[in-house]
Design a protein around this ligand. Structure first.
Ligand SMILES: [Zn+2]
Length: 316
């Protein structure tokens, strides 16, 4: 997966310096494409940032970079300038797990979430949205969880119907979302409702959205139930995990040259692919003996990120 052509000393040092603690988590929905452009050059990286896992640098920042709002890089390899904070509580939303300090994003994603929360509040049994991780104040890789969520354009939304908008900080740490899956994600369970369908449809229908990630059984259910316009289904992408929350990924905001979009999803509603995934969950195919071994994951360093991310970290 790594196709970086320059192989800086920092990268080699990084292997030695980053021992354990890969924040895998596996719930990211990143397709892991690598950017071949805009990488920081070795000379432009300050000595104290070289060879350090970027997640340690970004994880140490408590506030945003005082710069014009911009997303740099790619969803799984980038950072955020001028991050905006989603208010901890609004009329139709609450940010969850405040201790993580991940309620930061590009202003576009903040506006998107507030808009969607008003639509959620109009659904029977819902008062708004419980919003999980967006990004760190300056984006970047995280110490725990998520391969993506690095540019302030990804957000996780809980599948638990948000009924109360007055949860305390302590409750937001302790309350759990609910899982909507059955049979390892091949099907939805009894907690799935038509409101979940309407919410995901509204979420995907906003033109700012690139993709929504949710478990395969939910996509198949939506394919079966949708009797009207099906065009939005193209953006509902089946993915691993994603049965306690769904993941929204926005396109790069207009005119943002340092931000790289993911390739658009294949044409069509994607329903047959989702059904194939469902069949594979129910009857797993035998492992392919010729499948290539997955490349070992290496910690990202500043040399892997766009050069602008150095300034994002240095901004005071
Ligand atoms: Zn996510």
């Amino acid at each position: 997966m790594f196709t970086t052509t320059l192989r800086p000393v920092a990268a080699i040092l990084a292997v030695a310096l980053t021992l354990a603690g890969c924040g895998g988590g596996g719930s990211s929905g990143s397709d892991g494409e690598d950017s071949e452009v805009m990488l920081a050059t070795q000379a432009s990286i300050p000595a104290d940032m070289q060879g350090v896992a970027a997640k340690r640098l970004f994880g140490a920042e408590a506030g945003p970079a005082a710069m014009r709002a911009a997303s740099y890089g790619f969803y799984s390899k980038g950072c955020l300038a001028g991050g905006a904070q989603l208010a901890e509580t609004g009329p139709t939303w609450q940010a969850m797990r405040l201790s993580r300090n991940r309620n930061w994003g590009h202003p576009e994603v903040i506006d998107y979430l507030q808009t969607l929360s008003r639509k959620a509040a109009a659904l029977p049994g819902w008062s708004g949205l419980y919003i999980g991780d967006i990004s760190q104040p300056r984006g970047g890789p995280m110490l725990t969880g998520h391969a993506s969520h690095q540019m302030g354009l990804d957000a996780d939304i809980w599948l638990l119907p948000a009924t109360r908008m007055n949860l305390s900080r302590a409750e937001r740490e302790s309350i759990s979302s609910i899982s909507l899956r059955r049979s390892n994600g091949a099907y939805v369970n009894d907690s799935w409702t038509p409101q979940h369908h309407e919410l995901l449809k509204a979420a995907a229908s906003d033109p700012r959205v690139a993709r929504i990630f949710i478990f395969p059984g939910a996509k198949v259910q939506m394919c079966n139930d949708e009797k009207g316009d099906r065009s939005y289904l193209r953006k509902i992408r089946p993915w691993y995990g994603h049965h306690y929350h769904f993941h929204v990924r926005l396109n790069c905001p207009r005119g943002m040259s340092g931000c790289r979009d993911q390739d658009p999803p294949p044409a069509g509603d994607g329903c047959e692919d989702a059904r194939q995934w469902q069949r594979n969950i129910l009857n797993p195919p035998p492992p392919d003996p010729n499948a290539p071994k997955p490349a070992p994951k290496r910690e990202l360093t500043m040399a892997d990120l766009p050069g602008q991310c150095v300034q994002v970290l240095q901004s005071r």
